[in-house]
Design a protein around this ligand. Structure first.
Ligand code: PXG
Length: 442
């Protein structure tokens, strides 16, 4: 139906929207009714350039035929198969493809339905692994300030976003946090990895000394923190975390929900930084955001540790009704095929320098206090309005939407992560649009 009036619901009260200022939204709703490739169509018939790949997930662009057709075909052929004690071929095929794509050594896959569930799965694997190995004293989980690991209890416990944590009681016990690495005083306007802050990885040694390694199960970090505004790790930082965790028998978990599937110009951030974790958490780009699905990749050492005892006994007491759902698996396979056929996982490497130049041309625009970039991700940090944090960036978001392009804001930071099919002229359009917005807002 193309008549927008007919598809716009007139009562918005029933749907309590996620992570949304509900009352404000419902007074002036922003609705999408269609999408194709790099653009959304709004309910009033306007085209909006997608500067954020939806919510960092539509890496191949919107409504790609291979993916939509695979979903339709699968829905008609095998809609659902029980996930426990039964199988269907596409889940196995997708797991194999993921293992092929992932860094060497991550050889086994647990399927989930979201990034949040992938995080919970990874944390539970880590705790149970140590216990099965006879090291059940390793119960602590270490996250990082400004980390985002979804919204479930494990994820907000290891996460480092105060507003996502403070309302929810005691969370998980036995959690500690590394300091975040964001340092504008030393690193503002850096292209790629900043020079300062490697020593912050050594804080892990301090935490290990404080608690003793024998109590620590795992460290979880986003290789590049996305949600809190594109925080790029200092040079050598992730390798240092790898060295320290290995030394102490602590598992390293990379949350690649955003960085996975080509965001940095390599299949995973682990490839970009040349650092392989023990567990890798993914979702979003796995199915191009089209069908909810996540995947957790684990090392053979972890997997094989569980595969003992009587064979009729379930080795790991965990899973979801929709783990490896047939339609999600079909979407995942078609998505990986699209990435491969079009070379999308390498686009960030090819276009990276152009992207960086375009973003950094905003350096001298009003209120810009930092520009940072890596792969096809970027952030423009704005000076907050005194006494009204987040207001300036939110005005930019609304103004941008009205002007025909979608950006994402977090705090007073504009975050950008276009679909990987983005062309140079889209980048110019996006950056020029942001320039105009920055000049127009207070
Ligand atoms: N880990 C990371 C690193 C994420 O970025 C999750 C876990 C949770 O995924 P689910 O699928 O449960 O939402 C995420 C999600 C934003 C934004 O604008 C980021 C996310 C979700 C929505 C908005 O920064 N990341």
């Amino acid at each position: 139906m193309s008549n927008s009036a007919a598809v716009t619901p007139n009562d918005l009260s029933a749907f309590w929207m996620p992570f949304t200022a509900n009352r404000q939204f419902k007074k002036a709703p922003r609705m999408f009714v269609g999408a194709k490739d790099m653009h959304y169509t709004t309910s009033d018939g306007r085209q909006v350039l997608d500067g954020t790949a939806g919510l960092w997930c539509v890496n191949a662009g919107h409504c790609r035929p291979k993916i939509t057709e695979a979903i339709a075909r699968q829905a008609a052929e095998l809609d659902y198969a029980p996930a426990f004690q039964m199988g269907h071929p596409k889940a196995f095929e997708l797991a194999n493809q993921l293992v092929q794509l992932a860094p060497q050594g991550l050889d086994h896959v647990l399927f989930t339905n979201s990034g949040s569930e992938s995080v919970e799965t990874a944390l539970k694997v880590a705790l149970a692994y140590h216990r099965v190995k006879g090291e059940g004293s390793r119960f602590r989980l270490i996250g990082r300030e400004r980390g985002y690991h979804g919204v479930n209890f494990g994820g907000i416990s290891v996460g480092g976003i105060v507003s996502n944590r403070k309302m929810f009681g005691t969370l998980l016990t036995g959690v500690d946090h590394l300091p975040h690495t964001h340092n504008l005083a030393k690193n503002a306007f850096t292209r790629g990895e900043p020079d300062h802050g490697l020593d912050l990885a050594d804080e892990l040694e301090r935490i290990v000394t404080l608690h003793d390694a024998s109590t620590i199960a795992a460290v979880i970090v986003e290789p590049v923190a996305g949600s809190t505004g594109v925080l790029i790790p200092p040079k050598g930082y992730l390798q240092r975390l790898r060295d320290i965790t290995k030394k102490h028998g602590i598992l390293l978990i990379f949350d690649e929900v955003i960085t996975g599937f080509g965001r940095l110009g390599t299949p995973f951030a682990a490839d970009y930084f040349g650092v392989t974790p023990d567990i890798m958490v993914t979702a979003k780009g796995l199915t191009n955001g089209v069908i909810p699905m996540g995947a957790v990749l684990v090392s053979s050492e972890i997997h094989d540790t569980f595969m003992q005892g009587p064979e009729h006994v379930i080795e790991f007491m965990h899973g979801y009704t929709y783990s490896g759902n047939p339609i999600a698996s079909a979407a995942g396979l078609a998505t990986l095929e699209t990435y491969k056929e079009e070379g999308l996982l390498q686009r960030g490497t090819e276009l990276g320098p152009y992207w960086a130049d375009a973003l950094h041309s905003l350096k001298d625009e009003p209120n810009v206090i930092d520009v940072r970039n890596i792969g096809l991700v970027g952030a423009i940090e704005l000076q907050p309005i005194a006494g009204e944090p987040t207001k300036r960036a939110f005005s930019a978001f609304v103004k941008a939407f009205e002007s025909g392009f979608l950006i994402r804001t977090t705090g007073d930071i504009i975050a950008l992560s276009p679909p990987l099919i983005v062309q140079k002229h889209h980048i110019d359009e996006l950056v020029d649009g942001i320039r105009t917005v920055l000049r127009a807002i207070p």
